[in-house]
Design a binder for this molecule. Structure first.
Ligand SMILES: C[S@@+](CC[C@H](N)C(=O)[O-])C[C@H]1O[C@@H](n2cnc3c(N)ncnc32)[C@H](O)[C@@H]1O
Length: 202
């Protein structure tokens, strides 16, 4: 779903980059037990902060970053061409940007060792379909690591205004298990409104 201009602007601020680098990535990336130089996919890459962080911290053999919105991909392309100071060490040459819907990704089964997303599912009306697609793209043992907003308890009007899709912890856990994942870690912060999840394809 297309975001409101205000949310697009918020994503382009230093605060968003700081949160992803300092709060989200450190809670997910050190716990994954990935093979060296893994094949990675990021869904809903926005303006490219996650791509830079994944590249710098995981040194992937291949990193594909997708988004449904061509405008966000343009922003990501600009960031890769001219990385901010904190990302100067990242090797951007192996990053591929691609326009694609999270529920219908153009890759063969088991194409990636790890799939990531940062704050994306609450923008997708049929988010359980995106979970099923993610599962398909992982081999047995493959990992799905993400941070996500849990908006099931937030006011309906607020969710309507932001065009957010609300779901809570129980709904998300059940949908992950229905898709076939085994949940290894599920932590929340901000009074339960934001979560960090590591799930694996058994
Ligand atoms: C809140 S932004 C997060 C962007 C980035 N991951 C970050 O943390 O800064 C949500 C992103 O998901 C993308 N998105 C929304 N629906 C999508 C879909 N069906 N498939 C892929 N990306 C989608 C939006 O275009 C947007 O870039």
């Amino acid at each position: 779903m297309r975001m409101r201009p205000l949310e697009r602007w918020l994503l382009s601020t230093r605060i968003r980059a700081w949160l992803l680098r300092r709060i989200e990535a450190p809670r997910l990336l050190p716990r994954l037990h990935l093979p060296p130089n893994p094949r990675c996919l990021e869904i809903g890459c926005g303006n490219g902060v996650g791509a830079m962080v994944l590249s710098a911290r995981l040194h992937p053999d291949r990193l594909v970053c997708t988004d449904i919105d061509p405008d966000m991909l343009r922003r990501a392309r600009r960031m890769l061409a001219s990385p901010p100071r904190w990302a100067r060490g990242a090797d951007t040459s192996q990053i591929e940007l691609l326009q694609a819907d999270a529920a219908d990704l153009p890759f063969a089964d088991a194409s990636f060792d790890a799939v990531f997303l940062f704050g994306v599912l609450h923008h997708i009306r049929d988010w359980p379909a995106a979970l099923a697609e993610t599962y398909r793209l992982l081999p047995p043992g493959g990992v799905f690591a993400f941070s996500e907003a849990l908006l099931g308890g937030s006011p309906l009007l607020l969710n309507r205004f932001w065009r957010h899709v609300p779901f809570g912890r129980d709904e998300l856990s059940a949908a992950l298990e229905d898709a076939g994942f085994r949940i290894e870690r599920f932590r929340t912060i901000a009074a339960g409104m934001w979560c960090f999840v590591i799930a694996r394809r058994p």
